[in-house]
Design a protein around this ligand. Structure first.
Ligand code: C5P
Length: 281
């Protein structure tokens, strides 16, 4: 009877900040992909709504009624019960969408359990700007504040090494530290790339505009990027979201696995994962 949903890590291969609205929110233009590293949400029938957090990263999860998973459940169907278990593997407050991915996976699971429709995009946005893209959990070009999603041309096969130096970064603080919010968007048309090398070449001409302000707040990000870019076979190293997680792009699994092993050995206190792209079936 229990329903299980995977909550994959979100990775912003690019994140252009193209404007700032009077209410303080920023306009974004981002190429978002997902990784086969993630959390797991299980929902089971129960009279009352409850959340149990388990897994290696459980300690970082904010408990209580404000938890995004519980907020998502209440938004879907107020007053209904379910026993929710969150197996937390992703670091929290780390730029790879953990809380948003968990909320989206909870909604997918509860929609199946309770046989109700998923909330619309506007309702998903009230839970967080990354929740709509996490609800899709497949490669998307994300724009507006996060609510405009467009499918992207097929991406070549690639691998990621995800690395987090263990410092939590506040997203609002990073946006506040951004020197200029008015930056160029990505080109209208995203390219067809046949290989990971071609994709890396194209990505190198794009940016994560939050990288510089995040490094100013959290210098460990610079060291993380340097360590990734020095790994053999790393085609590109960049920060995801508002950090501090960074990714290295690799052409294949052997180089990514070897890179992740070397990075873990050199920095035993970092969170490091080799991952393949994930796309929700
Ligand atoms: O929506 P979410 O809770 O993920 O956003 C966290 C913070 O990031 C917001 O409070 C805001 O400061 C900033 N943000 C922004 N523009 C966006 C998305 C988020 O300024 N499009």
């Amino acid at each position: 009877m229990a329903v299980e949903e995977f909550a994959p890590a979100k990775v912003n291969l690019t994140l252009h900040v193209t404007g700032r609205r009077p209410d303080g929110y920023h306009l974004l233009d981002s190429l978002v992909v997902f990784a086969d590293a993630g959390d797991r949400v299980t929902v089971a029938p129960a009279d009352a709504l409850s959340l149990t957090v388990a897994g290696p990263r459980a300690a970082g999860v904010p408990a209580g009624e404000d938890n995004l998973v519980l907020r998502a459940a209440r938004a879907l169907a107020p007053g209904r019960g379910a026993a929710i278990t969150l197996e937390k593997r992703l670091p929290t407050a780390s730029g790879i969408g953990g809380g948003s991915a968990d909320a989206a996976a909870t909604l997918r699971g509860l929609a199946r359990l309770w046989e109700v429709a998923l909330p619309d995009t506007a309702a998903l946005m009230t839970l967080g700007a990354d929740v709509p893209v996490c609800a899709a959990s497949r490669p998307m070009r994300m724009s507006g504040l996060g609510e405009i999603l467009a499918p992207v041309p097929a991406l070549p096969d690639f691998r990621l090494v995800l690395a987090n130096p263990g410092v939590a970064v506040s997203t609002p603080a990073v946006f506040r530290a951004l020197a200029s919010p008015d930056n160029a968007p990505m080109p209208d048309r995203l390219p067809d790339c046949a290989t990971a090398e071609e994709l890396a070449l194209w990505l190198r001409g794009r940016r994560n505009d939050l990288e510089a302000p995040a490094i100013a707040l959290c210098p460990e990000i610079r060291a993380t990027l340097a360590a990734l870019s020095e790994l053999p076979g790393c085609l590109l190293a960049r920060m995801s979201g508002s950090g501090a997680t960074c990714f290295g792009l690799f052409a294949g699994p052997a180089a990514a696995r070897a890179g992740a092993q070397a990075l873990s050995a050199a920095h035993p206190d970092w969170w490091v994962e080799a991952a393949a792209p994930y796309s929700r079936p």
